[in-house]
Design a protein around this ligand. Sequence first.
Ligand SMILES: [Zn+2]
Length: 135
Amino acid sequence: MTNADLIALAAEMTRHSYAPYSHFHVGAALLCRDGRVWTGCNIENAAFGPTVCAERVAFFSAIRDGARDFERIAVVGGEEGRITSFTYPCGVCRQVMREFCGDDFAVIVSDGKEIREIALGDLLPHSFSPADLAR
Ligand SMILES: [Zn+2]
């Protein structure tokens, strides 16, 4: 699966986004090393705290299904789902990725024209990980 394929799946997921407060619709597509893909969209809440990002919906769905070996995630978003700039994962999602992925895990983003690939190690350097608790 190409990065463009993964971006297309993420973009499709923005249509499922529930974002009546921010109007910022986000979609994510998470690729496992065995080729399976899980998708997610952001789901907001009137109480704000329970709001969850597209990336975590994808990750938690994959974890629920027994997947653990992840390769890449594509993330796109924009106001009312119009993708015109790069949407990078928030800090909470980066930490969730770190729980299951190494520094080489790839995060794919797009502004609708260009596709960029960034390593998780560059997005979340010097992070706290399961290895810190294994000592
Ligand atoms: Zn997030």
